[in-house]
Design a protein around this ligand. Structure first.
Ligand SMILES: Cc1ncc(COP(=O)(O)O)c(C=O)c1O
Length: 451
């Protein structure tokens, strides 16, 4: 015992607050069992990334589980733009846009995005998550009502929580229910401000929101309409302008948000809308004012990606061609891919155990995808969320289908002859020449890249 030691002090035991943490890591629990069997599909390190291929666990895999839709993360022009920005502005902004963190690059990007999206003005945030959280928190308060699709991304949900507004969630894409809620709110609380918030493309199903009907409901019930186009901008609509443009309705949607972490190969996010609304958000969104601004390299990356998106429209055409090819391929093998309409293609697997083992077997066959389990999907509907890049080669796509074919049969997810459940022809019978399916030019489904 040395002088000063307090022999009376009780040894500190773990605070009961942490009981849930210890329980989570209990050796007999699901988490530990999955880890021990090396089936845990999350937080897997990537050791090198070339876009469509990457190194994991020391071996090369085909990447079919990113949001790198335009395949630009490894583009030499984009990398050069990022390097040049670091050389000119340094590595970070060390402050928020409000104070010392505004660069001329940020202003240029805001102008460019407003112009690209055909809206008055744009405001940048440091992530897509912060964008949705910040926009909702700024616009909606205690006296307002938010109507939110039950399948919305977590950051919209978080925005509704921090806003303190009355939040009413409607069943996924159930606009009849939405209308009932809007009607009742208009009768009961005629003075409350109303906001309808929805993903423009749903991140797990790859389904596009019903924008025309949403616009109509918003107009009828004096509600503002906000679309989170994280998986839509740079992916769908004319020139990649997103879900509202897909239906020719950009002027009818009040606020469109987007992220730079997907097709724009960077990190950050933005919202576009009318001048007054965006200026208000700029001054009222906590996430904008009290957090450091997008680093220079991230900002320059997005500007370069926008150049490439505008100069190389064939990228979007290729992305759509690939999406159709893969959807057909999975269906022909007998897999259920829900009603995906975009480069996000969910492949339904079933129970949790099969899901983890399926994921691991795909990895062992050289294909990386995302394993999705409840609560992100309903129980028994676990899935492999696959997603595609404009830069995937035909050979890589066929390898992905071959791996799914093999592992799907092994686990009984598809019939023993693999592709018997639909029309039975092997996906390799499809050729990526663009002429096989009639809706690549946007005329049939109205939402292709070239529409
Ligand atoms: C629909 C949707 N919105 C917002 C985000 C958040 O974007 P970020 O990763 O840029 O924060 C995501 C990311 O997964 C998303 O899927």
């Amino acid at each position: 015992m040395s002088p000063g030691d307090d022999t009376e002090t009780a040894t500190k035991s773990a605070p009961s607050l942490f009981n849930k943490c210890h329980k989570f890591f209990d050796k007999s629990g699901d988490y530990a069992k999955t880890k021990d069997a090396d089936l845990y599909p999350y937080f897997r390190p990537i050791e090198r990334n070339e876009g469509t291929s990457a190194i994991m666990n020391g071996r090369e895999i085909i990447m079919a589980g990113s949001n790198n839709y335009l395949g630009l993360t490894a583009d030499p022009r984009v990398k050069e733009a990022a390097r040049d920005a670091v050389a000119k502005y340094g590595t970070g902004c060390t402050g928020s846009r409000f104070l010392n963190g505004t660069l001329d690059l940020h202003l240029r990007l805001e102008e460019r995005l407003a112009d690209f999206m055909g809206k008055d003005e744009a405001v940048l945030f440091s992530t897509g998550y912060m964008t949705n959280e910040g926009v909702i928190q700024a616009l909606a308060g205690r006296n307002d009502i938010i109507f939110s699709d039950k399948d919305n991304h977590a950051c919209i949900v978080q925005g509704t929580r921090v806003s303190m507004a009355d939040t009413q969630r409607y069943r996924h894409n159930d606009l009849d229910q939405l209308e009932k809620l809007l009607k009742r709110a208009s009768e009961d609380r005629p003075d409350a401000g109303k906001l309808i918030a929805t993903d423009g493309v749903f991140s797990m199903s790859g389904k596009i929101a019903r924008v025309p009907e949403l616009v109509e409901l918003a107009n009828r019930y004096d509600a503002a309409l906000m679309l989170d186009d994280a998986h839509a901008i740079g992916v769908i609509g004319p020139g990649g302008r997103g879900s509202a443009s897909t239906f020719g309705l950009k002027d009818d949607v009040d606020i469109i948000t987007g992220t730079f972490s997907k097709s724009f190969s960077s990190l950050g996010g933005f919202a576009v809308g009318d001048h007054d609304v965006i200026e208000f958000i700029r001054h009222e969104a906590s996430a904008h004012i009290f957090s450091a601004s997008m680093p220079p390299a991230n900002t320059a990356t997005v500007l370069k990606c926008l150049d490439i998106l505008e100069e190389e429209p064939e990228r979007l055409e290729r992305l759509w061609e690939i999406s159709d090819y893969m959807r057909d391929g999975f269906r022909n093998l007998g897999f259920d891919v829900w009603d995906s309409e975009t480069p996000i293609i969910p492949v339904v697997i079933g129970d949790m155990n099969t899901c983890f083992q399926f994921w691991r077997d795909l990895l062992d066959n050289g294909v990386f995808v995302n394993a999705v389990v409840p609560p992100a999907v309903p129980p028994g509907q676990t899935l492999m969320r696959t997603s595609y890049m404009a830069t995937h080669s035909n050979d890589e796509l066929d390898k992905i289908l071959d791996a799914f074919h093999k592992v799907g049969k092994q686990h009984g997810v598809i019939g023993s002859n693999g592709h018997a459940k639909t029309n039975g022809h092997h996906p390799k019978g499809h050729h990526l020449n663009g002429s096989a399916n009639g809706h690549l030019n946007g005329s049939a489904n109205g939402h292709s890249a070239a529409a």
